[in-house]
Design a protein around this ligand. Sequence first.
Ligand SMILES: [Mn+2]
Length: 426
Amino acid sequence: MKIQNQHIQDVNKNIIEDHNDSFDFLANKLTKNGHDVNTILSKLAEFQVAIPSWALGAGGTRFGRFGFYGEPTTLEQKIEDVGILHSLTQTAGAVSLHIPWDVPQDYNAVSELASSLDIKFDAVNSNTFQDQKDVKESYKYGSLSNTSQAVREQAIQHNIDVIKIGEKLGSKALTVWLADGSCFPGQNNFQTAFQNTQDSLKSIYKDIPEDWKMLIEYKPYEPNFYSTVIQDWGASLMLANECGEKAYTLVDLGHHLPNSNIEQIVSILSLKGKLGGFHFNDSKYGDDDLTVGSIKPYALFLIFNELVYGMANNPQNPDLAWMIDASHNVKDPLEDLIQSLEAIQEAYAKALLIDQKALKEAQLNNDVVKCQEILQGAYRTDVRPLIEKARLDRGGAISPIKAYRELDLRNYLIKERGRNTVATGL
Ligand SMILES: [Mn+2]
């Protein structure tokens, strides 16, 4: 299913006057305060976030999966869903495939479909945290870190196969996230597990194409509950440095212990030119994978402040691979992803409003109160008219949720695909 642009414009018609009023008011105010509104709008328009192929199916809880009608069952249907998101929001111009859940059957057809929807293939993700059907070796006790050479070799080969799939689609990065670790003290030798992981990653790295990145994701605990081999940014950075200049650290917001200062991690990795990718979600307790911005929007804004600073001041750091990595639980996946995209754009827009020059001056004068005023002044601005305008200018919806509901898109998908369909994934 492909949305006709005219349908989006029809929904926009009913709310365009309100939008114009609030945009004019905000744009005038920002211009008076020395902001270049057009530059902010073009930055917002350029900011594209990848949708993971596994996010389009039904969610549920850790203990059960509750079906959602009209789920996409093929990769083509998943890409069509990303196409719907992109048409409405104009900020979901990429898909991130998870292998082996979404191996293309017909590469030409999949590539043509994606490009017809203006969607690129972002990082490809390997999976060595589950045993797939008919495999020889089990990952029950780890993959790249396993004490068995045969298991490690199988996991290395899988990653190399994933790179080959990505190359056929135009991807430029491999994301490696390992569930490797231990559930009980004494189960693993920390040094052996780390060393094995390092050697395995170096073997994979040899197959990373010249214009690719290898993104190494970290996580402190879960599914293993005593130790994780790549438990934090320090472990990830050590491994990336060991592999070489095409290897980077990937930050996933939910992969931190409570109250970690993620903005500081982002800032220092960016200074060192080693921040390669970013996964968006939110959390209340642990790796809850809640909708980004739904729990701690101010923390998200502070992180974006560092990302904006890094993008402007750290040419040594490459462009980042942005991806939503969340679980929509009991929501319609597409509505949840729209909310995520909006929260990301909102935090980004607010961060773009920070007067970096004034902030630097206040920092130099040790004017702590002024520093906070500058940050919170930007944070308290209602930037939604800017985001609406950036979408509208590119043919998107002023309110993507409203358009999704008024166009009754879920019912169209159910009619097309049937009610009780099931997507691949967890
Ligand atoms: Mn992640």
